[in-house]
Design a protein around this ligand. Structure first.
Ligand SMILES: CC(C)(COP(=O)(O)OP(=O)(O)OC[C@H]1O[C@@H](n2cnc3c(N)ncnc32)[C@H](O)[C@@H]1OP(=O)(O)O)[C@@H](O)C(=O)NCCC(=O)NCCS
Length: 178
């Protein structure tokens, strides 16, 4: 009888860079890989990248970027999380959990008390499962030419420290969204 192979947890690695080709290696070529093109929004690239490789191929990614934000009277910073992606053939196996969790471990070293992300409404339960909370308030974000728009996607936050409390009041990202 052949021995059952043990399936070790895949390693999450910090990526030195993350290009369009890297994203296409994960999600394939698509005009709208994240399903958000209908928002017409301009997004910022992320600065810190984590990924998972499987048999030499990049199969998962999460990006981070520190951004200024105001909530009520509080001006602070968040770690923006974006570009969360898992290769279609590898979805549903916990890879998003792995790569997001590793990215958040790093986010805890970046200073801000919270991480923040934007997602389509169907993904809210997935991120809740990973410990994120949807914000109940509208969130303003900047766009080119100084335009200010209400984010049409859901905004979710998660604390990066045990004592972190999201400040009450209207929320405004003082930058383009990530
Ligand atoms: C969204 C995406 C990253 C999820 O990747 P994934 O590897 O399939 O996700 P995981 O398997 O790690 O699932 C994470 C958790 O959410 C849970 N989950 C998944 N779908 C869920 C749903 N509809 N409702 C509730 N929980 C859900 C999983 O059970 C898992 O929880 P567990 O670890 O406690 O079992 C992937 O589908 C993807 O790349 N989509 C295309 C790009 C995209 O839209 N990215 C999102 C940008 S915000």
């Amino acid at each position: 009888m052949s021995e059952t192979r043990s399936s070790a947890t895949p390693a999450v690695v910090r990526l030195p860079q993350y290009t369009k080709a890297d994203q296409e290696e994960i999600l394939g070529k698509s005009d709208d890989p994240f399903g958000v093109a209908s928002t017409g929004l301009t997004w910022l690239p992320k600065e810190v990248h984590f990924g998972i490789r499987h048999q030499g191929r990049l199969v998962a990614h999460t990006g981070l970027l520190r951004l200024p934000v105001s909530a009520g009277d509080t001006r602070t910073a968040v770690v923006g999380v974006g570009g969360v992606a898992v290769a279609p053939g590898m979805q549903g196996q916990g890879l998003a959990r792995l790569v997001v969790t590793a990215a958040l471990e790093h986010a805890r070293t970046m200073g801000p008390q919270h991480a923040l992300l934007f997602c389509r409404p169907p993904l809210v339960p997935l991120y809740q499962r990973l410990g994120w909370h949807p914000l109940d308030t509208d969130v303003l974000v900047e766009q080119p030419e100084g335009r200010l728009v209400t984010m049409p996607l859901r905004t979710m936050v998660t604390p990066l420290r045990d004592d972190a409390r999201w400040p009450p009041g209207p929320v405004r990202l003082l930058s383009l969204p990530m």
